[in-house]
Design a protein around this ligand. Sequence first.
Ligand SMILES: NC(=O)c1ccc[n+]([C@@H]2O[C@H](COP(=O)([O-])OP(=O)(O)OC[C@H]3O[C@@H](n4cnc5c(N)ncnc54)[C@H](OP(=O)(O)O)[C@@H]3O)[C@@H](O)[C@H]2O)c1
Length: 511
Amino acid sequence: MIPDPPDPNPLRDAQDRRLPQIAGPCGMVIFGVTGDLSRKKLMPAIYDLANRGLLPPGFSLVGFARRDWAHQDFAKIVHDAVKEYSRTDYREEVWKQLAKGFRFVPGDFSDDVAFAQLRDTIEDLDRERGTAGNHAFYLSIPPRFFPNVIGQLKEHGLAEDRPGAWRRVVVEKPFGHDLKSAQDLNNIVSQVFPPEAVFRIDHYLGKETVQNILALRFANQLFEPVWNANYVDHVQITMAEDIGIGGRAGYYDGIGAARDVIQNHLVQLMALTAMEEPTSFDAQSLRTEKQKVLRSVQLPDDLELDTSRGQYAAGWAGGEKVKGFLDEEDIPKSSTTETFAAIKLEIDTRRWAGVPFYLRHGKRLGRRVTEVAVIFKRAPHLPFTRTATEELGQNALVIRVQPDEGVTLRFGSKVPSTAMEIRDVNMDFAYGGAFVESSPEAYERLILDVLLGEPPLFPQHEEVELSWRILDPILEHWAQRGKPEPYPSGTWGPASADEMLARDGRVWRRP
Ligand SMILES: NC(=O)c1ccc[n+]([C@@H]2O[C@H](COP(=O)([O-])OP(=O)(O)OC[C@H]3O[C@@H](n4cnc5c(N)ncnc54)[C@H](OP(=O)(O)O)[C@@H]3O)[C@@H](O)[C@H]2O)c1
């Protein structure tokens, strides 16, 4: 075995890895601070980190938005968001300490004066609060503004590292609309920030249950020997939502289910489920293994039969009548945007040859659930009468990503009686039952990792590009097919999705 190169940071090994790391002196600037994401996720996550003692005492948060606010008005907005959405208890002393570092810069993205003021504000913070020149710029804004803001950061000298200090940029999905636009976006970002300073958020990777896929697979002896084409029949990766598009018509129309969820979250879940064991859990080793999976993906020969897309029609959700997608506010009646997408992919490697990976996502489905279900082949021989195993299904290992986080193992068991009768039962691990600590929100973990400069949970540009290479031919095929197939709200999607699996002799799980 080749010995590891000397660790440039020998203190790392001296640290107790059970203790969370605390970010060094730094600050964060949020663009789009009046938006939905900032209010519901980013501001509460920053408070939760402060409450857990993981932010430096001088941490500073600068809000940038088109509002005529003073610093204290901004602090009030953050306070309300924290009270409503933070995960941990509200503690006045934590809040007061945190709020001392709040600043607000009013301005439009095209406003040079505002960016000059932002630069001055950051320099003041370095002097007043010891943020030491370390600042992360969080672009929580519609993607069409990325070029403006990144250009302004460069123009005003905000993007350059100072000696001994760092500058980082955080980019929210969607990373482009297709391969070409993702490449264009990357060109813009990479002209200003080096690759190690770019943190692309796929918040699924910040979820405990998603990271647990790696723990389950690689910390145990039990699963990996059967994690291959010899034993696995197929894999179903589902993210189902029971809600519709809500007030997000402007974002959603023209994007749709495949771009919004499959291209990023579900492809990442597939990569983690299918990848080989990495040599370590550093960013480079993880990315190498994920990229190998994405490079090995084979599209089905028949995109018409092996994909499905739908659009929710009127129906029921939570016992209430709901309208269809085309009747939602600000959605044109002619919209061909899909709200349901299912695709079948194969991974052309020795481990997975012949094992389909079915990915599906939809809105207004029967239940909110995200899971990875590994469905095993039937036992090669059953030494029982046929009636004894009539109710025996296939063994399955289900990683429940959300809600009700945990892992379920399904297998056959004898029904208590004198006769031999075998039926499926579930063995459950639930986070809530096994651990007293509640899981941090994905954004807590990811924001802390940005401040620590820890990149393993952030997809690199190559992964983004590879996933668009998978999606692009499917999206082009759909674009030529006109309208998606309607499905009633509250059901599990269009008939074509069921037919797609039925042709393979399989059925979708109804979790
Ligand atoms: N919401 C979510 O749950 C979610 C989930 C995953 C990813 N994302 C991504 O996160 C980003 C933000 O999403 P969001 O839902 O928070 O968006 P949003 O609610 O539409 O907010 C957009 C923000 O951008 C600001 N803005 C727009 N044009 C501006 C301009 N010319 N100058 C200055 N500020 C401007 C808006 O400020 P004004 O108030 O001044 O208009 C607002 O603060 C998007 O890239 C989205 O795709 C969102």
